[in-house]
Write a protein that binds this ligand. Structure first.
Ligand code: SF4
Length: 336
C-alpha cells in the first residue's frame, strides 16, 4: 500500500478513505530509537543549525524512508513548510500542499476549507462520499481518545500516556484497526487502576516536547500533567458532542489558527481540570516561541517556560527550575 507522508495534522480521513497509509514524518522521527541521527544527517547535508529540529528531522525522514508522496501544510502550521516542500519536490517526491483558512470565523472559512479538502480528495483520487464514510468510521476512534483524555483529567491515565496516544493519532500509526484494538485494551486496563491523587496538577501547552524524560521527571517530583494542549488538538475530538461534520471538525481545531483561539481553549481546560500551573514548552528556533508573551499575559496561572533544541534528557538547570516551580505550586495548593 502506498505511504503518504504528512508534515502535520491534516484531514487524515481522506488518506484512509483512499486506502493509503499516512505516515506522520514527525512521529517517525520522535519514536525512533535514535532520533538525533535524523538531525545529524540534515546537518551533514548542509542544513543550517539554526533551523528547528522538527524541520531538520522531517527532511531526513523523507530522504531516508520509502515515501510515495507528501501532503505538506502550507498555511496554518509552520512558517518553514513552504521551503521544506520545495526540498521534498527536489528529492523527486510528489507534494500536495494543503492550507487551512487563515481565520476559522470568517464567512468564507468553511467554503475555503471545503475547497481545500476537495483538492486533497482529488489528489488522492477519492470522492466526498468516501471521505464522509471515513469521517464517520474514524469518529468512533476519536470518541475513545476523548475518553482517554477524560481519564487523564481524573487521574487514571498519566500525562505521558496521554501525550503518546494523542500525538500518534495524527496518522493512527498507519493502521486504524490495530490502533483501535490497542486503544481498547489500554482503556480497559487504565480504568482498573486506582486514580492518582495528591499530586500537583500541571498543564502542558505548546508543541510536543523533544525532552525525552520530561513527563517522567515531572512524576518524580510529585506532579502530573493533566492536560496536553496541542496533543489534544491533534486528536480532533473537541467537537464530537456537537452534530458537526468533517469541516466543523477542522474549523474547531485551534492549532492552525490564531493564538487567541488557543488561549481560549487553554483557559477553559485549566479551569475544568483544576490545574495549578502551566508549563509552556518552546522549541528552539520556532516562530511560535513568541506566543510565550501572550500566554504570560493572558493565562492567570503561574507559568514556567521550558526550551529545548534537540532530543535528549532534561538538563540540570531545567530540572532545578521545574523542582522550584512544582514546590512553589505545592505550597500554594496546601495553603488554600
Ligand atoms: S516547532 Fe515550530 S518551527 Fe518547528 S516544525 Fe513546529 S511550528 Fe515549525
Amino acid at each position: 500500500m502506498k505511504r503518504i507522508g504528512i508534515t502535520a495534522t491534516i484531514p487524515v480521513e481522506a488518506v484512509f478513505a483512499a486506502s493509503l497509509t499516512p505516515v506522520d514524518l514527525n512521529n517517525v522521527f520522535i519514536t525512533n530509537f535514535s532520533p538525533s541521527r535524523f538531525i545529524d544527517a540534515a546537518h551533514s547535508e548542509g542544513f543550517p543549525r539554526n533551523v528547528c529540529s522538527w524541520v531538520k528531522a522531517m527532511y531526513s525522514v523523507a530522504r531516508q524512508s520509502k515515501i510515495d508522496a507528501i501532503i505538506a501544510v502550507a498555511n496554518g502550521d509552520c512558517s518553514n513548510n513552504q521551503t521544506i516542500a520545495e526540498l521534498f519536490k527536489d528529492m523527486g517526491i510528489k507534494v500536495h500542499e494543503f492550507s487551512f483558512p487563515t481565520d476559522p470565523h470568517a464567512e468564507s472559512a468553511r467554503r475555503r476549507l471545503i475547497e481545500e479538502i476537495d483538492n486533497l480528495c482529488a489528489f488522492l483520487g477519492i470522492d466526498r462520499e468516501k471521505l464522509y464514510a471515513a469521517f464517520e468510521d474514524i469518529k468512533r476512534i476519536r470518541r475513545k481518545l476523548k475518553e482517554l483524555d477524560e481519564l487523564t483529567a481524573k487521574g487514571y491515565v498519566t500525562g505521558e500516556e496521554n501525550h503518546s496516544w494523542l500525538v500518534s493519532s495524527s496518522d493512527f500509526k498507519g493502521d486504524l484497526e490495530l490502533f483501535e484494538h490497542d486503544l481498547d485494551a489500554f482503556l480497559i486496563s487504565a480504568k482498573k487502576r486506582p486514580p492518582k491523587s495528591s499530586v500537583v496538577r500541571l498543564a502542558f501547552v505548546g508543541v510536543p516536547p523533544l525532552i525525552t524524560n520530561l513527563y517522567e521527571y515531572i512524576n518524580r517530583i510529585g506532579a502530573e500533567v493533566v492536560y496536553n494542549e496541542v496533543q489534544r488538538q491533534f486528536a480532533q475530538f473537541t467537537m464530537l458532542d456537537e452534530k458537526g461534520d468533517i469541516y466543523d471538525q477542522y474549523l474547531n481545531y485551534t492549532y492552525p489558527y490564531s493564538v487567541a483561539g488557543r488561549i481560549k481553549d487553554i483557559k477553559e481546560n485549566l479551569q475544568t481540570r483544576n490545574a495549578a500551573g502551566v508549563i509552556h514548552y518552546v522549541q528552539s528556533f520556532c516562530h511560535r516561541q513568541m506566543h510565550d508573551l501572550l500566554f504570560r499575559k493572558h493565562i492567570e496561572l503561574p507559568l514556567l517556560s521550558l526550551e529545548a533544541d534537540a532530543p535528549g534528557k532534561l538538563d540540570e538547570r531545567s530540572k532545578i527550575r521545574l523542582e522550584s516551580f512544582v514546590e512553589m505550586l505545592r505550597g500554594k495548593t496546601e495553603s488554600q
